[in-house]
Design a protein around this ligand. Structure first.
Ligand SMILES: [Zn+2]
Length: 206
């Protein structure tokens, strides 16, 4: 059977655009500050619009400022929001790209990680279609891992973290349904490049 991922390109990059991704350019981006450090962080997020509904096309509309705010009551609370991510991976594993990876996308907000603030300046944001607390599809992990590998070919990636790790207390995505160990094993990257495992709820009793 032929699937979309058989066509994963051997030469993935055309500038900061990935050839495997559906390209939908977002106006929500800017240049990375001249003083920015190396792009060494991949930030993993989750999103679905309306929350918990998949395949609606609304995330793509949000990231391109074409969402009809009156189409769903939930959108009242995010009316006018201008955000983006470099990539969005839908539930079928298909990757979409909104911002050139050389440029600054608007996914992290107020954030701090590996001793640096304003993570949008020097990170690449990948959104997984999903809902905090729920799991993700095997094909989404597959696409995520391939993207991470290709990104690491082009940028000096040293860290992969969730939005919840770079904006703790403010953000909860991708949430407990995301399997960090699975991503780590698939990539084969060292443990220290990933967020520390959460502390056990009950300390081990000896
Ligand atoms: Zn997020």
């Amino acid at each position: 059977m032929t699937t979309w991922d058989d066509a994963w390109p051997a030469t993935p990059w055309e500038g900061g655009w990935h050839r495997a991704a559906h390209r939908l350019e977002s106006p929500n981006h800017g240049v990375r500050p001249a003083a920015a450090q190396a792009i060494d962080l991949i930030v993993v997020h989750s999103i679905s619009l309306p929350p918990g509904e998949f395949g609606t096309g609304a995330v793509q509309q949000l990231f391109t400022n074409t969402l009809d705010w009156d189409a769903h009551p939930y959108y009242q609370g995010i009316r006018g929001l201008q955000v983006s991510a470099h990539f969005f991976i839908d539930r079928t594993g298909v990757p979409w790209q909104f911002v050139d990876c050389d440029l600054r996308a608007w996914h992290a907000g107020q954030s701090f990680y590996r001793g640096r603030a304003q993570c949008n300046d020097d990170s690449i944001g990948i959104e997984l279609e999903g809902l905090e607390g729920l799991g993700f599809e095997a094909v989404q992990y597959q696409t995520l891992a391939r993207l991470c590998q290709d990104i690491a070919q082009r940028y000096p990636i040293e860290h992969v973290a969730g939005h919840e790790h770079i904006a703790p207390g403010r953000k909860q995505d991708p949430g407990p349904g995301f399997d960090w160990a699975h991503l780590r094993r698939t990539l084969g990257w060292p443990r220290h490049q990933f967020p520390p495992a959460p502390l056990p709820a009950t300390p081990p009793f000896r």
